[in-house]
Design a protein around this ligand. Structure first.
Ligand SMILES: Cc1cc2nc3c(=O)[nH]c(=O)nc-3n(C[C@H](O)[C@H](O)[C@H](O)COP(=O)(O)O)c2cc1C
Length: 333
């Protein structure tokens, strides 16, 4: 913490700077197809998170559920950055029911002791990434899985570890989801727009992080419609563990909370050398989502499937995807 912040704790300019830093840290958040579907509006001691409708996938994600989950990750990243700076913010989610694109409002209202866990998370934010290489080799550390589950639970969301028979059901649902989506030319166009050479600058998924050949997996990874440049070797992802983020409701507030939970769980995973790959294809297609819901019918609504894997594939060498410059995501009132 800088000296000014200690000697002038109420200085509104410092507060505005803290919020700007939080929004900048949130720019590292993962998002569906790296669309970064968020926009921040900074007014004095208030920071608004808005959905950016031009970066919502109209065909793949017509309800905006995955865009809202992505914004929830950004919201949690911003909260982490404020806690790491010893700032207390009151967060109001979906504060205006006449303005559904306004997802959250953070109002700074004072100082709080710096949270060491938040400081660690803040350092982890730029290091986290999606590692699509097969999970061969090292089994997942059970303590790591317990820590990720506990982190998710702090955000009013739950994590269910799929049993082997459920992993087979997930594989079938994912396969069905990907082949039915791929048969739709509008869906193919949208995928190509975000993962092909004409993707908008600073967004989308570059070839450097797309496997250079089909990986051997029980549950198919995202079919990007083309191979990329990421060397993936020949191993089978036999050590992968599949978990399901789920909760009690199925609407924008629950999706936002799911994103916050995804952030909490993924930062914890990265700190423990555990690689995470979200699998959203089985959530995007209604029939597959219903099949997954049937697996957990008694306990809630599915938000996202995650593939977790041990240290052998985490933290080594995969390229990072680009991000939009902060000037394009933060608006100063
Ligand atoms: C809601 C959501 C859904 C995602 N779905 C997939 C997916 O189905 N397959 C995949 O390979 N990556 C998926 N991702 C990962 C994104 O592609 C990735 O976060 C983005 O490209 C940014 O890259 P990074 O995570 O390496 O920073 C998803 C991420 C989010 C937040």
């Amino acid at each position: 913490m800088d000296i000014d912040a200690l000697t002038h704790p109420t200085d509104p300019q410092l507060a505005t700077g803290a919020l700007a830093e939080a929004a900048a840290a949130a720019g590292y958040a993962p998002s569906i197809h790296n669309t970064q579907p968020w926009r921040w509006r900074l007014t004095g001691t208030t920071l608004d998170l808005r959905l950016a409708p031009t970066r919502v996938l109209q065909v793949t994600d017509p309800d905006g559920r995955l865009a809202t989950v992505s914004c929830g990750v950004a919201l949690h990243h911003a909260r982490v950055a404020l806690s790491a700076q010893g700032r207390h913010a009151t967060v109001t989610r979906m504060p205006d029911n006449t303005d559904p694109e306004l997802l959250a409002r953070l109002q700074l209202d004072g100082r709080t002791p710096v949270d060491p866990a938040a400081v660690l998370h803040l350092r982890t934010i730029p290091l986290r990434y999606t590692d699509r290489r097969p999970a061969a080799g090292t089994p997942l550390d059970p303590d790591g899985l317990a820590a990720i589950t506990a982190a998710v639970e702090t955000q009013d969301t739950h994590l269910h570890t799929l049993r082997p028979d459920q992993v087979l059901e997930l594989a079938a649902a994912t396969d069905h989801a990907q082949s039915s989506a791929a048969a739709d030319p509008a869906w193919q166009n949208e995928l190509a727009q975000w993962t092909g050479p004409a993707r908008p600058a600073g967004t989308g998924i570059p070839d450097a992080v797309i496997p250079n050949h089909a990986t051997q997996t029980t549950v198919p990874g995202r079919d990007f419609g083309h191979h990329g440049d990421l060397p993936v070797g020949g191993g089978h992802d036999e050590m992968a563990v599949f978990v399901l983020l789920y909760g009690n409701a199925d609407g924008p507030l629950a999706w936002l909370r799911a994103g916050e939970a995804l952030s909490a769980g993924w930062l914890t995973a990265t700190e423990r050398g555990i690689a995470v790959v979200p699998h959203s294809a089985p959530i995007e297609v209604i029939a597959a989502r219903q099949a997954i819901r049937a697996m957990i019918a008694s306990i809630g609504h599915p938000y996202l499937v995650l593939r977790l894997s041990g240290v052998n594939s985490a933290g080594t060498g995969a390229a990072h995807t680009p991000r939009l410059p902060t000037g394009q995501i933060i608006e100063h009132a």
